[in-house]
Design a protein around this ligand. Structure first.
Ligand code: ATP
Length: 380
């Protein structure tokens, strides 16, 4: 096992800078997840660690060893790809044992290790099959098995679950987490799926356009994102962004006024007439049952008790566009009248407004984020 350290890694492809300023250190045994939108550089970082790409500049250490000039096969890392990359003509057992065979490990030891790995991944009854005789989930487990059997210092996983259907994906995600708990091997996992990032990671590295946006444990990143990109990337449904203009102690959101609580105002240096992007997570928006213009909600729903005198100035009127019952809860998409802004609102399963209903929303302004619309930087 080993820690992995990247110091100011940069990779250029001709005149395209894929990644730059990439600096972090993954302690031995931790599970780190690299996330970000398509093209942000996740795979390039992983492939650089694997030795499948060469850093244009910067230093890469695995354990105490500087590995920039060490070929991939001597780095003692195992990589699992999205498309499994199994050898089609080999059986499951041969696929799992392949890395060991290449290293000329004794046949008996290979057999034993293949059996142990296959058992731990519930593949022991499939050892004689060829990959095409397996389901997608089984193939992915074989690919994992091949990586585990090599007993590498570091696991590198590039979107390993993205070819699986939803149910299998959830199951395999949980299996992966358990496997890491058992083996404790330093793992670097690439995904654009924020649920995988939140559930698997000891630490998440959020990337955008080849640069690190934030590094932290999932809860810290969710509760305290460093900028608008991070804030809107992590969370499902995502954080709502409301463009607003600050005037006379209030935010004007498409003609509706939100009075800023004193505690919030004290923390901010707001400038009259300036534009701001307000961020509020779906779970911090509540339907104000009494004030809703039609009896759309019928039963009581999660709502804020209006405790302060400012509470009735934290309301927005919206028009329901789409209602999505999800079983445990209902997701509502609603628009601000006269604007293109659409909000995601999460309410109880028994709340079922209809498209076209007008609702009065109450925002928990103590949970408000404020961003600079020009830079995306977080102000509050
Ligand atoms: P995705 O989620 O779509 O797989 P990613 O975050 O893994 O994306 P990378 O594959 O690392 O992103 O690509 C980062 C950037 O580098 C992109 O702009 C991509 O087009 C560019 N890039 C990657 N590999 C090469 C290459 N071999 N030649 C030229 N440009 C490349």
């Amino acid at each position: 096992m080993a820690n992995v350290r990247l110091e100011d890694i940069k990779r250029r492809f001709n005149n395209v800078t894929a990644i730059e300023d990439i600096t972090f250190e993954i302690p031995d045994g931790e599970f780190w997840v690299l996330v970000g939108p398509s093209g942000c550089g996740k795979s390039t970082i992983l492939r650089t660690i694997a030795g499948l790409e060469t850093a244009t500049s910067g230093k890469l250490y695995i354990g105490d060893r500087l590995v920039n000039n060490i070929p991939a096969r001597q780095r003692d890392v195992a990589m699992v790809f999205q498309n499994y990359a199994l050898y089609p003509h080999m059986s499951v057992a041969e696929n799992i044992g392949f890395g060991l065979q290449m290293r000329k490990v004794d046949r008996k030891i290979i057999q034993e290790r293949v059996m142990n790995v296959a058992r731990s991944l519930s593949l022991d009854h499939l050892l004689d099959r060829k990959p095409k005789q397996l389901s997608g989930g089984q193939q992915q487990r074989v690919a994992l098995g091949r990586a585990i059997a090599r007993e590498p210092q570091v696991f590198l996983l590039d979107e390993p679950l993205s070819n699986l259907d939803a149910q299998l994906r959830d199951d395999t995600r949980a299996e992966l987490k358990q496997l890491h708990q058992e083996l404790g091997i330093t793992t670097i996992y690439v995904t654009h799926d924020q649920v995988e990032a939140m559930t698997l990671a000891d630490k998440i590295v959020v990337l955008n356009r080849g640069r690190i946006q934030q590094i932290g444990d999932p809860q810290t990143i969710y509760a305290s994102p460093s900028n608008q990109m991070v804030a809107t990337f992590l969370g499902s449904p995502p954080m709502n962004i409301l463009p607003a203009i600050y005037e006379n102690n209030a935010f004007d959101v498409s003609g509706q006024l939100l009075t800023i609580p004193a505690v919030v105002k004290e923390k901010l240096q707001l400038r009259q007439g300036h534009s701001y992007d307000l961020g509020i997570r779906p779970e911090h928006i509540f339907i104000n049952v009494d004030a809703s213009l039609r009896d759309a909600t019928r039963t009581a729903c999660r709502r804020l008790p209006p405790t302060s005198q400012e509470a009735n100035e934290s309301q927005l009127i919206v028009e329901v566009k789409v209602v999505e019952p999800l079983g445990r809860e209902t997701l509502i998409r609603a628009g601000l009248p006269g604007s293109a802004v659409v909000l995601n609102i999460q309410v109880g399963a028994d709340v079922r407004p209809r498209p076209g209903d007008r609702l009065s929303l109450e925002l928990d302004l103590n949970q408000l984020f404020v961003f600079d619309p020009k830079t995306g930087g977080r102000i509050l």
